[in-house]
Ligand binder design. Structure first.
Ligand SMILES: NC(=O)C1=CN([C@@H]2O[C@H](COP(=O)(O)OP(=O)(O)OC[C@H]3O[C@@H](n4cnc5c(N)ncnc54)[C@H](OP(=O)(O)O)[C@@H]3O)[C@@H](O)[C@H]2O)[C@H](O)CC1
Ligand SMILES: [K+]
Length: 506
């Protein structure tokens, strides 16, 4: 599924109209009817429905929705929030068709507030992706009124007032219960400041051909069907070497568990062979947790790894470094060594990212792929901006970093964004607040290593890793766990259920 900015959506419309002859009125008809069918699934024929229509094409969709509902014997009226002369073009044409089919349009005036108060269902077709600046009157007051009422609120394309793109932080907007998105989700669906306004959401197709999306956007949402198509398969005559050899370097005296979780997660997700490298005390502490792995004991000073010359980086399909490594100068040397010498894909996480801020020229020099898996705090540190600033524009910042340093960036969050060095971005939809806990990142890195080792495109491998990680947490919370008690080790065990679910769902 593609993700778009407002500009990309307008460019697609233009292309559809000018190059292939899908005109605006037809797209509006497709949009309105597709939305109406979704609406009918949610409401009952006895509900009193009020469609709030603005002047633009979002309002135009509202007239098509109202006409379709009327035709199916729903009790519907349109409250037109703007004067008649503001409704023009395709929206005007659809308003006329609605009226000719017997539809009622009530002009906005103070008395029509009653209409809003009496409605069981409010359909918000006031403003869509065409919003500019802060909402003006009477929209601002209406939004306050809608948000104060108990009625069920369905927004068309986007809750009125919410910006389509990233960058906004404060706005006055409709709080929808359900949003039916037209054509493709906009960036704001996935952003911390805007996501919650959408409520439950769904996307409807309006007949724009796929090649138009492919031509104009390089952002998408990774879905179960993508996982099924791209996940490494196990063949009858496979041996462990077919599923990759991976090296995981991490752990220090205060954080032995980080390495343990990455090792376990990598093997559980399908890695052929995993070598864990750490100090002897760390290995002695964790080896019993995962007897299937092999371990390499490295020298340490005061509990921190201190000698990179002992590590053999050859003959691995991928290497992960940084989980629980510690932030000492000697551990920085280790990260530098791996960045400079590894001739396979590397994944840098945890304390490795802390050191990376001083190793950016070295990462730029690499001729083999590099992956970083920062949470927003680590990403902000690497970019030299505040977390707040980063979270306003995570798509933009992740892309800037990925393209500047030619790395794959896995920016972790409720909707993790995977960005390739070419700037292609994939959003992961799975996961829940149960993952906001120590150890989650170590598990993700282990899964990512297993995927990267198994010869897929790296963007696919990393998107699959995020999907599996989040899906494990989702299945666990649906069944035996809650978002409160979920532990990172539960998420490792939950990978079993993820694979069983994926393979049984055809
Ligand atoms: N391919 C598609 O995605 C299709 C989408 N459709 C729908 O069209 C809208 C986008 O339509 P557009 O006409 O470009 O814009 P909107 O309807 O979202 O908004 C324009 C109107 O809103 C007013 N406006 C703008 N900013 C404000 C504000 N801050 N306060 C109050 N009012 C505002 C604006 O008024 P002006 O006086 O400024 O002109 C316009 O009246 C998309 O979201 C989909 O719903 C198509 O139907 C099918 C194809
Ligand atoms: K809207």
């Amino acid at each position: 599924m593609f993700i778009v900015t407002a500009k990309e959506m307008y460019d697609m419309d233009r292309l559809a109209m000018q190059e292939i002859g899908l005109d605006g009125k037809l797209l509006m008809e497709n949009a309105g009817r597709a939305v109406a069918w979704k609406v009918m699934r949610k409401i009952s024929q006895t509900d009193k429905i009020c469609v709030l229509a603005g002047a633009g094409n979002n309002g135009g969709d509202g007239f098509v929705i109202a006409r379709t509902l009327l035709d199916h014997n729903y009790h519907v009226e349109v409250l037109q929030v703007v004067p008649n002369d503001k409704v023009t073009g395709d929206a005007y044409d659809h308003k006329r068709i609605y009226e000719k089919c017997g539809g009622q349009v009530v002009p906005y005036e103070t008395g029509s507030i009653q209409m809003v108060k009496e409605a069981d269902v409010l359909i918000d077709a006031m403003i869509g992706i065409g919003i500019k600046g802060e909402v003006r009157e009477p929209f601002a007051s209406l939004i306050s009124l809608i948000n104060a009422e108990q009625s069920y609120v369905i927004s068309v394309d986007i809750p009125s007032g919410v910006p389509a793109d990233e960058g906004g932080e404060s706005f006055h907007a409709v709080q929808a219960d359900y949003t039916i998105i037209i054509g493709a989700p906009k960036q704001s669906v996935f952003l911390p400041y805007t996501a919650s306004y959408y409520g439950e959401w769904e996307v409807v197709s309006i007949g724009l051909p796929t090649f138009i999306f492919k031509r104009l956007t390089s952002k998408g949402m990774w879905q179960l069907e993508d996982v099924k198509k791209t996940l490494p398969k196990r063949q009858l005559f496979d041996h462990k070497g077919n599923h990759g050899r991976g090296l995981i370097i991490g752990g220090c005296k205060e954080m032995p568990g980080a390495l343990s979780m990455s090792v376990q997660a990598a093997l559980k997700s399908g890695a052929g062979l995993i070598m864990g490298a750490s100090s002897l005390p760390v290995i002695q502490m964790i080896a019993g947790n995962c007897v299937e792995a092999t371990y390499s004991a490295l020298s340490a000073t005061d509990g921190y790894l201190d000698n990179h010359s002992e590590i053999n980086l050859d003959s691995y399909d991928a290497i992960a470094i940084g989980m629980g490594l510690g932030r000492k100068e000697c551990t920085k040397d280790l990260v530098k060594y791996v960045i400079e010498k590894a001739t396979c894909p590397i994944i840098i996480d945890g304390d490795g990212l802390y050191h990376l801020s001083q190793l950016l020229p070295q990462i730029n020099e690499r001729t083999h792929p590099s992956v970083i898996t920062p949470h927003p705090g680590e990403m902000a540190m690497l970019l030299g901006v505040s977390v707040r600033e980063l979270l306003k524009q995570p798509f933009q910042y992740a892309k800037e970093f990925a393209t500047a340093y030619r790395v794959y960036v896995v920016l972790k969050g409720r909707y993790t964004i995977v960005t390739s060095p070419e700037g292609v971005q994939m959003v992961n939809p799975t996961g829940n607040p149960g993952l906001a806990k120590g150890g989650s990142g170590d598990v993700l890195t282990g899964i990512a290593l297993a995927m990267v080792m198994q010869k897929q495109s790296l963007l696919q491998a990393l998107s699959n890793a995020c999907y599996i990680h989040g899906m494990s947490a989702d299945l666990l919370v649906q069944h035996q766990h809650s978002e409160h008690d979920l532990l990172a080790t539960d998420v490792i065990n939950g990978i079993t259920d993820v694979y069983r679910t994926i393979s049984s769902s055809g």
